[in-house]
Design a binder for this molecule. Structure first.
Ligand code: ZN
Length: 124
């Protein structure tokens, strides 16, 4: 059985599979859902992907960070900002640039819950 093509949502970072309704526009599809399409502008202004990568590059190779480390101390309590960082982490993980871990083990970027840590993949 051939598996369906899939893409990484440019907003939430989850991978999503081809659907019949996208038959004619699949090449242009960027978002997994209408909710993600609507929040794309907010997401674009807050470049957490770059923030995560530059923070990880300042650490030693094997070190991991908590996603909240990219936020300022006032922002750490902001649930919405935290979610944006976690989404950015998911995008980076699905692109193969970082690994998301829980209790030291790599986990599936599409379905994690609870506290996570981020680790840079080698050869960046
Ligand atoms: Zn999405």
């Amino acid at each position: 059985m051939k598996s369906l093509p899939s893409k990484i949502c440019t907003v939430c970072g989850r991978s999503f599979s081809y659907r019949k309704k996208w038959e004619k526009v699949w090449d242009e599809v960027l978002y997994c859902s209408d909710a993600c399409r609507r929040s794309k502008s907010v997401e674009a202004k807050l470049n957490y992907e770059e923030a995560i990568l530059s923070l990880l590059r300042t650490r030693s190779t094997m070190a991991s960070i908590c996603p909240s480390e990219v936020l300022s101390s006032e922002e750490k309590t902001d649930k919405e900002k935290m979610e944006l960082v976690r989404r950015a982490a998911r995008r980076l993980a699905n692109k193969g640039q970082i690994t998301i871990t829980q209790k030291g083990k790599a986990i599936d970027p599409d379905s994690f819950k609870g506290p996570i840590r981020l680790k840079l993949n080698s050869l960046q």
